[in-house]
Design a protein around this ligand. Structure first.
Ligand code: UDP
Length: 236
């Protein structure tokens, strides 16, 4: 097996495979926040994020939303279609938290009148700034038409995830998606969907079951991720 490391990010490694169209993603236990300033190895986190991401991509596929995901091949690895990641973070929010709370001066936990979609520039040096449509177009990351499609797809994914998570007692506060460009030039959902990239709160207690436990030193990070995984599998 040709097995070259193509790229190492903060939470994942990407390897080539024999098929030039397919790459292997290996999920790491490395956990970072605040642009890499805060760092820790959390035993079992890579496996949980691989399992949870695989679950979500399979679920979305069943609901007509394709992604780069091909299949999970081990506890910490999956095969995905090779795409060129667009440096755009597509954030969808149902409830105010994190940076939106600071931006609007609204308290965390306030329900938004309707879900909103925002775009951030994935650039560590700039600190991932919020982008208006004109900036996305100026940077040539996406056209007006593509931005509309991304917004529509993000809201559709939000709807499917809400329908899945509500009966499990999980509040989907917000989440970040990334997209890749295929050889044809069209956008394809990529990256991961996990407690590293979403905010999940317990519906009864509002307890945080996501990376905010790490960002805010609340402890019990992997236990929270494991609880999300347990609930996703509680119907089987
Ligand atoms: N998020 C992410 N990667 C980032 C920034 C944000 O996955 O680089 C996710 C984050 O986990 C949350 C959502 O996007 O689910 C919105 O994050 P926010 O803008 O509130 O930023 P934060 O407060 O996390 O800095």
């Amino acid at each position: 097996m040709s097995d070259t490391l193509l790229y190492e990010g903060k939470a994942k490694k990407i390897f080539s495979t024999d098929d030039p169209e397919i790459v292997r993603i290996s999920y790491k236990n490395d956990t970072t926040a605040f642009n890499g300033e805060k760092f820790e190895q959390l035993e079992g986190k890579g496996q949980l994020n691989n399992e949870i991401t695989s679950f979500f991509f399979n679920y979305l596929e069943e609901h007509g939303i394709s992604s780069h995901f091909v299949r999970k091949i081990s506890e910490t690895e999956q095969l995905v279609r090779r795409v060129e990641i667009v440096p755009l973070e597509v954030v969808t929010r149902n409830i105010v938290a994190g940076s939106l709370s600071k931006r609007l001066g609204w308290e965390e936990g306030r329900k938004l009148p309707k879900p909103i979609v925002e775009f951030y520039y994935k650039d560590d040096e700039l600190g991932d700034p919020l982008l208006a449509d004109v900036h996305v177009q100026t940077l040539e990351l996406a056209t007006t038409f593509e931005l509309e499609k991304l917004r529509r797809q993000a809201l559709e994914i939000n709807q499917h995830l809400l329908e899945l998570l509500e009966p499990l007692g999980l509040l989907l506060v917000d989440f970040k998606l990334e997209f890749g460009r295929e050889a044809s030039g069209s956008f394809l959902l990529a990256d991961e969907i996990s407690p590293d990239t979403c905010r999940f709160w317990d519906m009864e207690t509002n307890e945080k079951l996501d990376k905010d436990r790490f960002r805010r030193d609340l402890g019990g990070v992997t236990a929270a991720y494991a609880e999300v995984y347990r609930r996703l599998n509680s119907n089987n």
